[in-house]
Design a protein around this ligand. Structure first.
Ligand code: NAD
Ligand code: ZN
Ligand code: ZN
Length: 346
């Protein structure tokens, strides 16, 4: 079968011919119908050799957003049937610890110790004709949802959903939510905020086309993410601080901006992959202002996100690419010229 693999450090991924995998006991083989390309894949492919080698194999089939048709069952699997259309829940856990028992396998207490990784982020992922899923627990029914239009909900939907759920109690009438970075995750975040809250939603990005997309998907305001952003927000809302900031970039300038927008009880939610600095403590930030860094989401939340799509409340903007053109999808992601999410259709 064909697979898009990261083969050599610092080089673009390649479409290669690899053996079709067989499901072992307890595993499920899925014939992939769609696979989304995430900025985290670009992050991983940008790691220097020593950091990459510490967590990832070479070659590695990319793709941690996946959907497909159940194709073959390993010994003992009875929970799913061949032919079923499914979405793959990506943040696999042990299934038995306290976090996993609540469906929060994204926060599995034992994943690292047991060597459990998400597909495409530690072992072979979804950018191939077939993928192996370690347990039917990681398969959520897609039903009538179109896999190409909805595969990105497994991460670009689930991650912002989980991030926003954590601040939902604060986002009541009169509240303001800022979304920094309105790409794959951010443009879904805007829709989730509009669907779940009465908040005024403000999008910030460095790219005018992404700001146009933000407005198209429901942002009330969209401004360039720069030193003038605080003033633009103050003019738009009448206040210099906001209720919550969801930062899908999380580099020093955006974290500084999020801090500048933080008032009493503001949630600064850092979703973008990074490690930045911020002053904390009684004298450094407004009272009860928080900073948190959520990771992906729970299995139950993935079901809820799919239900939002079924209800027509969220809709991922996708550009689709064949598996042969998948390297081009990552090139476009890297350039910042995609509208929404790139989806590969093997
Ligand atoms: P993307 O490339 O589709 O979108 C990023 C957006 O940020 C683009 O629109 C880009 O123009 C914009 N941007 C870049 N620099 C900016 C700046 N200084 N100010 C404002 N906007 C800026 O990426 P994506 O796939 O949506 O991923 C977003 C981030 O989320 C990445 O860092 C990714 O690794 C991370 N991520 C985290 C989790 C998690 O669980 N925490 C899950 C998935 C992705
Ligand atoms: Zn991702
Ligand atoms: Zn666990």
């Amino acid at each position: 079968m064909k697979a898009l693999q990261y083969v050599a450090i610092g080089q673009p991924p390649e479409v290669r011919e690899v053996p079709t995998p067989e499901p072992g006991p307890g595993q499920v083989r899925v014939k992939v119908t769609a696979a989304g390309a995430c900025h985290s894949d670009s992050f991983v492919m940008g790691l220097p050799e020593e950091d990459y080698a510490a967590g990832y194999p070479l070659p590695m089939t990319l793709g941690h957003e996946g959907a497909g048709i159940v194709d073959a069952l390993g010994e003992g699997v009875t929970e799913v049937s061949v032919g079923e259309s499914v979405a793959v829940y990506g943040p696999w856990g042990c299934g038995r610890c306290r976090q996993c028992a609540q469906g929060k396998e994204n926060y599995c207490e034992r994943a690292a110790e047991l060597g459990i990784t998400p597909p495409g982020l530690g072992h072979d992922g979804s950018m191939a004709e077939y993928m192996i899923v370690d347990s039917p627990r990681f398969l959520v029914p897609l039903g009538d949802l179109d896999p190409v239009d909805n595969v990105a909900l497994t991460d670009a939907g689930l991650t912002p959903y989980h991030a926003i759920k954590g601040s939902l109690a604060k986002l009541g009438p009169g509240s303001t939510a800022v979304v920094i970075g309105t790409g794959g995750l951010g443009h879904v975040a805007i829709q989730i905020l509009r669907a779940l809250t009465p908040a005024t939603v403000i999008a910030l990005d460095v790219n005018e086309e992404k700001l146009a997309l933000a407005k198209d998907v429901g942002a009330h305001h969209a401004f360039l993410s720069n030193e003038d952003a605080v003033e633009a927000i103050t003019r738009a809302t009448g206040r210099a601080t906001v209720t919550a900031v969801f930062d899908f970039v999380a580099i020093q300038p955006t974290v500084d901006l999020g801090s500048a927008l933080s008032g009493v009880e503001t949630d600064l939610v850092l979703v973008g992959v990074g490690a930045t600095k911020a002053d904390v403590g009684m004298l450094a930030r407004p009272f009860d202002a928080t900073i948190r860094s959520p990771y992906w989401g729970s299995r139950a939340e993935l079901m809820e996100v799919l239900d939002l799509a079924r209800a027509g409340l969220i809709d991922v903007e996708t550009e689709s690419f064949s598996l042969d053109d998948a390297p081009e999808a990552y090139h476009r992601l890297h350039e910042g010229t995609l509208r929404g999410r790139a989806v590969i259709t093997p």
